[in-house]
Design a protein around this ligand. Structure first.
Ligand code: FES
Length: 157
């Protein structure tokens, strides 16, 4: 399969949104990757909802498109296949299991490290799914790998 070169412009939807795929197709496959302005994102369809995130994990760039989805404390999370970091699909927060050593009998609890993975806003219009161009005035840890793999061309899985 030939790699796309140069600035193959993606189909534009309403208001400059980028066409990602057909709603029905994504519902069937449950996950797809797509590019917005050269940046790879992954779109999941999970329990009746669409979610879009940068496809490269904020930790070291693992391919989230190959991860499993797990429910953690009532939150759907993608588990990175490389080092098993957990990222909420809804908000892009990194979760970790921490203990408070000051508690009398410390038990691990899931806690948030804050939003680490950039999430992308999706719009569904007429059976088509579109993503909004990312707002790059705000930074997230995953931006580093998004940029790195953008320059690197074809993705290594
Ligand atoms: Fe994702 Fe390390 S690269 S957990």
């Amino acid at each position: 399969r030939a790699a796309l070169r140069g600035s193959a412009s993606p189909a534009m939807g309403p208001d400059g949104l980028v066409f990602i795929g057909k709603e029905e197709d994504i519902k069937k496959s449950q996950r797809i990757t797509a590019k917005i302005d050269g940046r790879e994102i992954v779109v999941f369809y999970h329990e009746g909802k669409f979610h879009a995130l940068d496809s490269r994990c904020y930790h070291e760039g693992g391919p989230l498109c190959n991860g499993e989805i797990e429910d953690i404390d009532g939150q759907a999370c993608i588990v990175c296949p490389w080092h098993k970091f957990k990222i909420t699909l809804e908000t892009g927060e990194g979760l970790y299991e921490g203990i408070n050593p000051l508690e009398p009998s410390p038990t691990p609890k899931w806690q948030s490290k804050g939003v680490k993975q950039r999430i992308h806003k999706l719009t569904i219009d007429n059976g088509n799914v579109y993503a909004s161009p990312p707002d790059l005035s705000v930074n997230f840890d995953s931006d580093y790998y998004a940029e790195k793999y953008k320059k690197g061309g074809e993705l290594a899985i």
